[in-house]
Design a protein around this ligand. Structure first.
Ligand code: NZQ
Ligand code: ZN
Length: 388
């Protein structure tokens, strides 16, 4: 293992009716002037909005300002709007109610509110935040792990650029995870969330460090559990038991425990962010298409780890020759994701080769991406072309 330090300051409040049990007290501790951030209305349809207002209104002298309409793949312009609302109304706390997009948007607002320049500087790493406005979240969709990490992914639509940043100052102070709040997530978004969480495990599984057996075994068990439970959940979207397992799996997959002591990859995410920056497709859908192609490409030179995954997660025959085993493993991923209804080709989203140059350009922030196999522009182009 590599040397590491680990800290995760987010208080996780998990389980049935935890909004009712915990929200008022948690918010009260930080402030009374709240920016309430949410998406395009799902929380109004499923009743969560009303419940949140009821709990917030129990705080003495509470003032609530709303930022509604955060887009999936949240936009820089919406972050900037949130920062303006905070400054104009002198707010002291942010409550994000939604999926990864709403939470990521709120995170960028939280550091942008303490920064005098353009918040995009922070997103692209030109400026480093040194403080933030406190943020709490109520998660409504199992996918990104944003509820318990410091990452935020923001799209600059004018520049067709989607970039991620991470900071200790953007970890939520608390996150409330009630699986009941995910009952209304439709089939397609549930599938995208499942692919996303599995991809997070893979990005960290394909690390380049020595001797990390517990990190790998932990990742394998998240994958195995997800593969076992996902089809059951998709047959019964209202199942509390299945929703809670997938919800916690998604949190575990990216609260950075799998990253302890290892140098991870993330090339597939960089490529997917580039595709969705240009074509605005759902993140999990893009990953279901790109990840098998990435695995195929890296298996041409390094099939061992892919083969290991096949033996341990799909119980493939360990005596099979390594290259063949790697191919079988990739086939297993493809079949599983296809069986739950995920897309398989970029053309499923109407994407053709027209803007491939821009997608290659946007994938590569520095000279190369990824660590397991370092990919230059030409490698990325080949992977994207194979995925068309
Ligand atoms: O906008 P609303 O009305 O809330 O509807 C959303 C949205 O249309 C809907 N939804 C969410 N909860 C629901 C619900 N519909 C019904 N009932 C509910 N309970 O689902 C749609 C998608 O929501 P979104 O938040 O976009 O999904 P997700 O959680 O997958 O987040 C995707 C974003 O997170 C970024 C992605 O790039 C993308 O921008 N990521 C963030 C990461 C992080 N912060 O660590 C890591 C990831 O790798 C990822 O890049
Ligand atoms: Zn992801």
């Amino acid at each position: 293992m590599d040397n590491f330090q680990y800290v995760n300051p987010t208080k996780l409040i998990f389980g049935k009716d935890q909004v009712k049990n915990a929200l008022t007290k948690e918010v009260e501790y930080y402030g009374t002037r709240v920016l309430l951030v949410y998406g395009s209305g799902s929380i109004k349809k499923n009743g969560l909005y009303e419940e949140v207002l009821k709990q917030l209104n129990q705080i003495n002298n509470v003032q609530i300002v709303e930022l509604a309409g955060v887009e999936p793949n949240p936009r820089l312009s919406t972050v900037q709007k949130g920062i303006r609302l905070i400054k104009e109304n002198q707010l002291d706390f942010i409550l994000a109610v939604g999926g990864g997009s709403v939470i990521d948007c709120a995170k960028a607002i939280s550091v942008g509110a303490h920064y005098d320049g353009n918040v995009w500087d922070i997103v692209i790493g030109k400026a480093t935040p040194s403080s933030s406005l406190p943020l709490g979240t109520i998660l409504t969709m199992a996918a990104t792990g944003s509820e318990m990490n410091g990452n935020s992914v923001i799209t600059n639509w004018d520049e067709k650029d989607k970039r991620a940043f991470s900071s200790i100052h953007t970890y939520p102070k608390f996150s409330i995870l009630d699986p009941q709040n995910t009952f209304s997530v439709p089939m397609d978004q549930t599938v995208y969330g499942i692919v996303d969480l599995m991809s997070h495990v893979l990005e960290q599984y394909f690390h380049i460090s020595e001797n990390a057996p517990i990190q790998e075994r932990f990742g394998e068990s998240i994958l195995k559990t997800t593969i076992e439970v996902a089809p059951k959940l998709l047959n019964d979207l209202q199942s509390y038991a299945h929703r809670e397992v997938i919800m916690l799996n998604a949190t575990f997959a990216l609260n950075k425990i799998l990253t302890m002591g290892v140098k991870t990859d993330w090339a597939s995410h960089m490529m997917e962010h580039a595709v969705s920056a240009v074509h605005d497709i759902p993140h999990g859908g893009g990953l279901a298409i790109l990840f098998p192609h990435w695995m195929e490409y890296v298996s041409e030179t390094k099939p061992e780890k892919v083969a290991q995954l096949g033996i341990r997660v799909f119980d493939l025959d360990a005596t099979t020759e390594t290259t063949k085993l790697a191919k079988e493993t990739i086939q297993q991923f493809r079949e599983f994701w296809k069986s739950i209804g995920a897309p398989t080709r970029l053309s499923d989203y109407g994407i053709d080769s027209k803007e491939i140059d821009l997608m290659v350009e946007r994938s590569i922030v520095n000279e190369t991406i990824g660590n397991y196999v370092s990919l230059a522009k030409d490698d990325v182009r080949q992977i994207l072309e194979r995925a068309l």
